[in-house]
Design a protein around this ligand. Structure first.
Ligand code: PGA
Length: 246
């Protein structure tokens, strides 16, 4: 198994290490193409990245950001959208130019075209250098829900019930969530480096399936074990009773 597993005592420690790797990817390649997940897990990582970049004048001006996923039917102006989340936590603090942010526009008439547009942008930029992922309670990465094909690029997908229920936490009022738009597993697996983060005891069960179960699209996150440059960062609570690599 090629996977690299790191377990940290605390969420803070994990977030510091994840932030260091984001910064390092930009120091190594100032024109890096990054793809960063939304969610509760990476919030502290992003605040460390923004603070460190500001203090140390790390130059993000040539970096490009590719959208990982977005809720269909939720406009960017909604604070619960993935765009709004990343804008507040990374794009605004790092002062990223708009034309370096390549995000799914779920208000477009033709979402299939939107998928093709993002597929083409990834190719035009020479591929994704660094991807930071969380894992859903059902094992999804991005909105690659259980059962999704391993071969897909960007696509529109019907969201799993778990995702629709858990996703309510991003919205100030109950929001109808049905479909998502996401990069596919084919693109995720092609990115040059992946960091997958999981924290908290709620994730113990899915992390055990991800790392110790069968590698299959029943648990899309399990494919990280096949990535030659895939890193899994856990805190002690998410690691739980894992028997591997500890
Ligand atoms: P979370 O979301 O970080 O809020 O747990 C993870 C995900 O659904 O991908």
């Amino acid at each position: 198994m090629t996977m690299n597993l790191f377990v940290y005592k605390t969420y803070e420690e994990l977030s510091r290490h994840a932030a260091d790797q984001v910064i390092q990817s930009v120091v190594d390649k100032p024109e890096a193409v990054l793809c960063m997940a939304t969610g509760s897990t990476p919030i502290l990582t992003y605040s460390y990245v923004s603070a460190f970049a500001k203090q140390n004048r790390v130059d993000f001006s040539r970096v490009h950001f590719i959208s990982l996923d977005e809720w269909v039917g939720v406009p960017r102006t909604n604070a619960g959208s993935c765009y709004a989340f990343l804008h507040a936590s990374l794009f605004a603090p790092l002062v990223i130019r708009n034309d370096h942010i390549h995000f799914f526009n779920t208000e477009a008439d033709d979402l299939v075209f939107e998928c093709k547009r993002i597929d083409a942008k990834i190719i035009e930029l020479g591929g994704i250098d660094f991807m930071l992922l969380g894992v859903g309670m059902n094992g999804h990465i991005g909105f690659n829900e259980p059962g999704v094909s391993r071969k897909l690029n960007a696509h529109v997908i019907e969201l799993d019930e778990v995702t629709c229920t858990v996703g309510q936490k991003y919205f100030s009022e109950e929001t109808k969530l049905k479909n998502g738009i996401t990069l596919g597993l084919a693109q995720i697996m092609k990115s040059r480096k992946i960091l997958l983060l999981a924290t908290g005891s709620d994730k113990q069960d899915i992390i055990r399936k991800t790392l110790e179960g069968k590698i299959s699209n029943d648990v899309p996150a399990s494919f990280i074990r096949k990535h030659p440059n895939g890193y899994v960062l856990l805190d002690l609570s998410a690691a739980g009773e894992l028997t591997i690599g500890l």
